[in-house]
Every structure is written in structure tokens, then in C-alpha cells.
Design a protein around this ligand. Structure first.
Ligand SMILES: Cc1ncc(COP(=O)(O)O)c(C=O)c1O
Length: 380
């Protein structure tokens, strides 16, 4: 038999490292799902076995995130990118009783992409953009230029490319003069790259969405958590069925054939988070410590490395940094790869280096990266 190839320390931004025990379980059960008599890849999405997977995945998310009643949890396709379109198609296009404009806070490349799609559907107002500062921070609530009648306010909780993350809660809207006393601002957030990395107060949001392929599973499924009241704002008859959250909610995320394998892995990951990792508060503690190891290494390098984001806005999931001498980037990546440290090249739009350290990234991999960074600095 062929020997199993050695796994790298994979710092890729997504698809990204998954928990080894989850991969092993999926591998073990791939040929025959216990009780189903066939592979998860072969059974009907209408079967009792898949119905149980869908229900448990949804229930586990509800439990892990303490999602209040009054919210739908949906498993959709099209990635977080399709949400850039579905959100304005549903809540901006002809939204009843609102100003007909949506507020967007842009803290990085993904927020900018969301704006691009929203503009096809209606008027978009930039409540704040970090572009002129090179997307290095999140704004304070008082800096936002907000429309209290906006159809919704859109944020990106963690910008994967620039490594800029909002705290929780992301904003203190009561501290914004334009919003004081406005109680019904629908906060919509893309949390693709920090979903399930820490507890979230879901009740502050009208909607959250996340492509699964960072913290929640493989590519192919997008998780949407949406308040039912928000869905009432969708105008009747204006959306194609596949683009209508209400259709997916009414059909329990099985209106058409759902991405069965991806949802099955989401189930295994939610079990892993609950049973092996001790839930999201514990996950947050671990993630803080893991990120601190790398930021300490950057900050202690005497300027050899510098972090992209301002310290108060630093992401715990995507650590983006540069080398004082950009000519050393190539040798850094090549020597890191010799150690099995891969996926460290920064996104082509910002350059530099980036380590994505989602929930499943083992502490040991981070320590090996930090040790390599120190060694590379000393030998340069
Ligand atoms: C914050 C954020 N939003 C949206 C996306 C787009 O996700 P997808 O590729 O699932 O469409 C990504 C992908 O990396 C992301 O990091």
C-alpha cells in the first residue's frame, strides 16, 4: 500500500486546514455512512439519513452560537460572493418603507466587492471606507456617516486579505449621533473568515453570512443566519426561487439538491467544536493566544517584519505582514516551504505575507512558523 503523504503546515486562506480528526472520521465513513448503507455522496438528499444530518448541523450551529428564536439558519450555495448579490436583491431593490439606499462600511477588499454588486441593485452609500489608508483599521462608530433610514448597514467582520477584524460588538451604534434613537437599523455582516472563531451576539444582527471554507467546513456551502422579520421586507414576486431566502427557509435548505458532503462536514466540525474544543468561548481563548504568538514575533522583530493592520484592528484569523526588504519575500517563502510551512504568500492585491490561522490550525504549526520567522530574521 502507498504510504500516506506527509501533511504540510497549511496556512492557506481558504479552503484551509480542517481538523484532522474530522478528516479521519469523514474518511472512515466515506464508503458507508453508519446506518445509511451507502456513502454520504450516494444517498438521497430526501433520505432520513441526510435529513438527520441537516437537522443536527442546524441545531449545532444554533447551540454553539446561541442563535435566538426568530432567526432562520440556511445552508445555501454560490459562496459568500452570491450573498453580495442576494442581500441587495432582497433588501435594497424596492425595499418598502426605507430610504432606498444601503450603507456599506468598507474595511477591505471583500467589502469593496460587496459594494460593487449592491450598486447593480440600487443606491449604495459608503458610510466609511478605509481604502485611502490602505485598509489598515476598522472605524469607530462616531466616524461613520450613516443614514438612519437606510435599508441596511453592511459590514465585513473580518477582512481576510488585509487581516482587519472588528471587535464584538463591532460598533456602538448608540454612540453615533446620526443613529441615536434609531432602533431598527438592519445590521448585515459578512463573517466568512471569522465565523465560529468566537462567540457572537447574534441578536445585534439582522443577518450574518459565511462561506464555510475557512472555519466551518469545505467549499460549497454558505451559511446564512437571518432574522425572520427581515425576510418580511422582501417584495412579493420579485425574486427567482433560488435567490429567495424565504423559499430556502420554507424548504429547510433542501429546495433543490443541497451540497450534501459540505453540509455533512459542517456537521462534523460543529461536533468537533462542541465536543473536542469546548465551544466558542474556549475557541476564542485559543485563537487569541495563537494570534498573539505571531504578532509578538512580528512586533519583536525590530522592524524586520511589520504587521499590515493597526494593532487595535488586528485579525486573529489572518495575520498579514510585510518584510522591510521586499526582496527577501521570495527567499522567505522558499525556505518556509522547505520546512513544510506553506500558503504564506500574501494576496496578490496587497503583496507581503499572510498566515491564515483558523480554528483548526494546530498550535504547534504556529510555533513552528514563529520559530522559523525568528530564525530567518537572524540569518538574513
Ligand atoms: C470575507 C470574505 N467574504 C467573501 C468571500 C468570498 O467567498 P466565496 O469564495 O465563498 O464566494 C471571501 C473569500 O475568501 C471572504 O474571505
Amino acid at each position: 500500500m502507498r504510504a500516506a503523504p506527509k501533511r504540510h503546515h497549511n496556512f492557506s486562506a481558504g479552503p484551509a486546514t480542517l481538523p484532522l480528526t474530522v478528516l479521519e472520521e469523514a474518511q472512515r465513513d466515506l464508503l458507508c455512512l453508519p446506518g445509511a448503507g451507502a456513502s454520504i455522496l450516494e444517498i438521497s438528499h430526501r433520505s432520513a439519513a441526510f435529513g438527520a444530518i441537516l437537522d443536527e448541523a442546524r441545531d449545532n450551529l444554533r447551540q454553539l452560537l446561541a442563535i435566538p428564536d426568530g432567526y432562520e439558519v440556511l445552508f445555501l450555495q454560490g459562496g459568500a460572493s452570491l450573498q453580495f448579490s442576494m442581500v441587495p436583491m432582497s433588501f435594497l431593490r424596492g425595499a418598502a418603507g426605507r430610504s432606498g439606499s444601503a450603507d456599506y462600511v468598507v474595511t477591505g477588499s471583500w467589502g469593496a466587492k460587496a459594494v460593487k454588486e449592491a450598486r447593480r441593485e440600487g443606491e449604495v452609500h459608503l458610510a466609511w471606507s478605509g481604502e485611502s489608508e490602505g485598509y489598515r483599521r476598522v472605524p469607530h462608530s462616531g466616524e461613520l456617516d450613516l443614514d438612519r433610514n437606510a435599508s441596511y448597514l453592511h459590514l465585513t467582520l473580518n477582512e481576510t486579505i488585509q487581516g482587519v477584524e472588528f471587535p464584538d460588538p463591532p460598533l456602538d451604534l448608540a454612540a453615533n449621533d446620526q443613529l441615536a434613537a434609531a432602533t431598527d437599523v438592519a445590521l448585515v455582516a459578512d463573517c466568512s473568515s471569522n465565523f465560529l472563531s468566537r462567540p457572537l451576539d447574534i441578536s445585534r444582527y439582522s443577518m450574518l453570512y459565511a462561506g464555510a471554507q475557512k472555519n466551518a467546513g469545505p467549499a460549497g456551502v454558505t451559511i446564512v443566519i437571518v432574522r425572520r422579520e427581515l425576510l418580511e421586507r422582501v417584495r412579493e414576486g420579485q425574486l427567482h426561487s433560488m435567490l429567495d431566502y424565504r423559499v430556502h427557509a420554507a424548504k429547510g435548505s433542501a429546495y433543490n439538491t443541497p451540497p450534501v458532503f459540505s453540509i455533512y462536514l459542517v456537521l462534523l466540525i460543529t461536533r468537533w467544536l462542541r465536543d473536542e474544543m469546548g465551544g466558542l468561548a474556549e475557541m476564542e481563548r485559543l485563537n487569541r493566544a495563537k494570534a498573539a504568538t505571531l504578532y509578538d514575533c512580528i512586533d519583536g522583530s525590530g522592524g524586520f517584519y511589520s504587521g499590515h493592520a493597526q494593532p487595535a484592528s488586528r485579525s486573529r484569523m489572518n495575520i498579514a505582514w510585510t518584510l522591510a526588504d521586499p526582496a527577501l519575500e521570495g527567499p522567505f517563502l522558499a525556505r518556509a516551504a522547505e520546512r513544510g510551512l506553506v500558503g504564506l504568500k500574501g494576496h496578490r492585491s496587497v503583496g507581503g505575507l499572510r498566515a491564515s490561522i483558523y480554528n483548526a490550525m494546530p498550535r504547534q504549526s504556529i510555533e513552528e512558523l514563529a520559530a522559523f520567522m525568528d530564525e530567518f530574521r537572524r540569518s538574513a
